[in-house]
Design a protein around this ligand. Structure first.
Ligand SMILES: CC(C)(COP(=O)(O)OP(=O)(O)OC[C@H]1O[C@@H](n2cnc3c(N)ncnc32)[C@H](O)[C@@H]1OP(=O)(O)O)[C@@H](O)C(=O)NCCC(=O)NCCS
Length: 191
């Protein structure tokens, strides 16, 4: 397989590999209560940000030992007259189970950059990589059923809601429902 060419570039974004300094860039996002609300983690401390970024940095491809690809989402230099690039979130994908053809995706966006389609734009670029570069068969996204912003986004990406699992996940002191969205490689040619 050809090595994956990074960054992925879209109309408005650059979706690139992690750097050590991204701990500082992501901390203001992940330390927010509203961002962490439906994530499995609590709001990050500065130390957790460093640990987390160190764990993500080696995730450079589904065909690497990590079996995962974690990427930073930043605005393109000069977007909307902003000087330089601004880190606005992250997207990631990881192989699930023993298969090299099934994966799960996740996404986080700074609420300050929400409502512009940026998260969808980055996730679409990653889905293209998943199916076109890695030749995956199936990609899923799972979220707390109360996370309507994330569910809406999965729909916007063209994923199908396949399941509503009742109280299957113990999270932050309570049993929570989970939505499972899926996309097959064949779905992409139907729409
Ligand atoms: C889930 C999350 C990434 C969604 O962010 P988002 O900005 O709503 O998602 P999108 O990038 O798809 O943007 C869509 C919104 O931008 C609007 N929009 C504006 N311009 C747009 C464009 N050019 N293209 C697409 N949408 C556009 C859409 O109408 C939509 O707004 P609406 O929801 O009010 O209808 C974000 O809420 C988040 O990070 N949450 C916290 C972390 C989290 O829970 N992650 C998921 C864990 S499972």
């Amino acid at each position: 397989m050809e090595p994956l060419s990074l960054p992925l570039t879209t109309d408005r974004l650059s979706v690139r590999a992690y750097r050590e300094t991204d701990a500082e860039a992501l901390l203001p996002i992940y330390s927010r209560e509203d961002v962490a609300q439906f994530l499995l983690c609590e709001p990050w401390s500065a130390e957790e940000a460093r640990t987390e970024i160190a764990q993500r940095t080696p995730k450079t491809g589904l065909d690497t030992e990590s079996r995962a690809l974690s990427l930073i989402v930043e605005t393109k230099d000069g977007l909307d007259g902003l000087e330089g690039s601004v880190v606005i979130g992250d997207v990631s994908i990881w192989l699930t189970g023993d298969s090299a053809e099934k994966a799960e995706m996740g996404w986080v966006l700074n609420p300050a950059a929400g409502g512009h389609g940026f998260a969808s734009e980055a996730a679409t670029a990653l889905l293209n990589v998943a199916f076109d570069h890695y030749g995956l068969h199936r990609v899923i996204a799972q979220m707390d059923a109360r996370n309507t912003a994330s569910a809406k986004m999965a729909e916007r990406l063209g994923m199908t809601c396949e399941a509503h699992l009742r109280q299957d996940w113990w999270s932050k002191g309570e049993w929570t429902d989970t939505l499972v969205f899926g996309m097959l490689s064949t779905d992409r040619h139907v729409a």
